[in-house]
Write a protein that binds this ligand. Structure first.
Ligand code: LMR
Length: 339
């Protein structure tokens, strides 16, 4: 019991001297630690706070949610280990970080331009194929409760990124996905896995020259302060999975689960309604800051990027199998360009 819940329990016991021990234990809230790496003002940060409010309300205070934003409890890789060990109960990491759990299949969603618009991304995440992905996580002790679509990825750097050759020799920060590693290499860049919590400093000190992210992260982490250029490339997607520990979730008392399930459902709807608007607002604010030069890829430029990056799809047949990639195309509605 942490000192807050212990104090609360003692306070209740002192106020009601005739309470039995069983009742006192029941009054002790179940603590859910929800750790994440973004700002409280980013869509995931807002969703975490909403979840806290809803979960506590719908369980009549039987659950107390503690939210730890901005990597204040754990960074990218540590948080997944902590969840498996039961030190934290809720996370919402990017699915591009699931490789180290031993579920390499999630990296497939990073194939360039696969889910570059809302329709393809939502179609993929709603597809029956996701049940197979969920099963893989469950086998690792991780229960996916929902998928949250945070929108298209944009590139930032300290040089303009207009054509694929512009990446040559740049140190690009990537998330842990092997597909993102292959994308950077195909562009002639040097990929570096850096935890999100260390990204600002890495860009500020030149450890990395650039990175890709959604506009709301670029804005709320102030990455625009340490980058000169931003390209609206929409080459990938930032998808989160709200995950918990299988044993913890299945062990919750029967009178608590329905309230939490309802909180998950409503928070997911909030997230999916909020992210696109937040990204739009963030991009406008970044432009208005005057600190970065914003470039939107023209159709011709985009075709050059697609032509350069489609070989990564081919290369990844070696990792995932051609059949699997074709099933993903079908599920997401992606039609590969004729070469
Ligand atoms: C990143 O590492 O760039 C993102 O996954 C961070 C996040 O959680 O939005």
């Amino acid at each position: 019991m942490n000192h807050v819940t212990r104090r609360a329990a003692l306070g209740i016991a002192a106020a009601t001297p005739f309470m039995t021990l069983g009742e006192a234990a029941h009054a002790d809230p179940i603590v859910i630690k929800f750790s994440h790496v973004v700002s409280p003002d980013a869509p995931k940060g807002k969703a975490a706070l909403l979840f806290k409010q809803l979960a506590e309300k719908y369980t009549d205070g039987k659950v107390s949610v503690e939210v730890y934003p901005n990597s204040s409890l754990y960074k990218d890789k540590e948080e997944l280990e902590a969840l498996q060990l039961g030190s934290v109960q809720l996370l919402a990491p990017s699915i591009s970080k699931f490789g180290p759990l031993g579920v390499k299949e999630f990296d497939v969603f990073d194939l360039p331009f696969l889910m570059s618009d809302d329709a393809h991304a939502r179609q993929m995440m709603a597809s029956p194929m996701m049940a197979d992905f969920n099963k893989k996580l469950e086998d690792k002790g991780v229960e996916p409760l929902a998928y949250w679509d945070n929108g298209p990825q944009l590139y930032t750097a300290n040089v303009p990124l207009i054509m694929p050759d512009d990446f040559r020799g740049l140190k690009m920060r990537i998330q842990g996905s092997k597909v993102l590693d292959a994308v950077a290499r195909q562009l002639g860049a040097l990929p570096q896995i850096i935890a999100f919590g260390e990204l600002y400093q890495a860009l500020q000190t030149g450890v990395a020259d650039g990175e890709d992210n959604v506009a709301s992260n670029i804005w709320t982490q102030k990455l625009y302060d340490v980058q000169k250029n931003l390209t609206v490339s929409n080459h990938g997607r930032l998808t989160y999975s709200l995950i918990t520990n299988v044993k913890f979730w299945n062990g919750l008392p029967a009178d608590v689960r329905p309230g939490l399930d309802r909180a998950v459902k409503e928070t997911t709807a909030f997230f999916n309604d909020t992210a696109a608007k937040d990204n739009e607002d963030a991009l406008n604010q970044i432009k208005a800051s005057g600190k970065v030069q914003v470039h939107v890829l023209t159709d011709t430029e985009k075709q050059a990027w697609i032509a350069k990056l489609m070989p990564v799809h081919k290369e990844m047949e070696g990792r995932f199998g051609k059949d699997f990639i074709e099933k993903i195309y079908k599920a997401s509605g992606f039609v590969p360009p004729q070469s």
